[in-house]
Design a protein around this ligand. Sequence first.
Ligand SMILES: N[C@@H](CCC(=O)N[C@@H](CS)C(=O)NCC(=O)O)C(=O)O
Length: 147
Amino acid sequence: MVTVHHLNNSRSQRVLWLLEEMGVPYEVQRYERDPKTMLAPPALLAVHPPGKSPVITDEGITVAESGAILEYLLERYGKGNLIPPPGSAEFTAADVQMSFPLEAAQSRAGLDASRPNLMGFLSRIHVCPAYQRALVNGGPYAFVQPD
Ligand SMILES: N[C@@H](CCC(=O)N[C@@H](CS)C(=O)NCC(=O)O)C(=O)O
């Protein structure tokens, strides 16, 4: 069983979303940021020394770094889905990977209606049922702004 070591308000949200899109069962181990420093708690260091989220554990394997985690999950459980040939226009794991930087940009770096394509992308992903389920499973996530 995949366990996602999930820090609140972090990029591990996209790992939950990918797992929901893939229909892979998983458990969420939640960690809370220190409210003053915003750092992850020491318990996350016990999972993987840098103490960063996301980290997953699966059948004795520990994988860190979002991109490596997405590749691991796609290779192990993806059955070829979400990795279409380069140049394909449909939904892919790259869209999942891109969600966090765009959400962070909207929350903190002024991404706004002056970039209608990016804002449209965010609006479309935020209504996906799998995205919504991931939000419920991850708990509070401050990077989704109301439309
Ligand atoms: N390149 C890493 C970055 C990991 C990272 O910086 N995670 C942040 C959350 S978005 C974190 O764990 N921050 C808490 C801390 O540094 O203690 C990845 O994409 O997985």
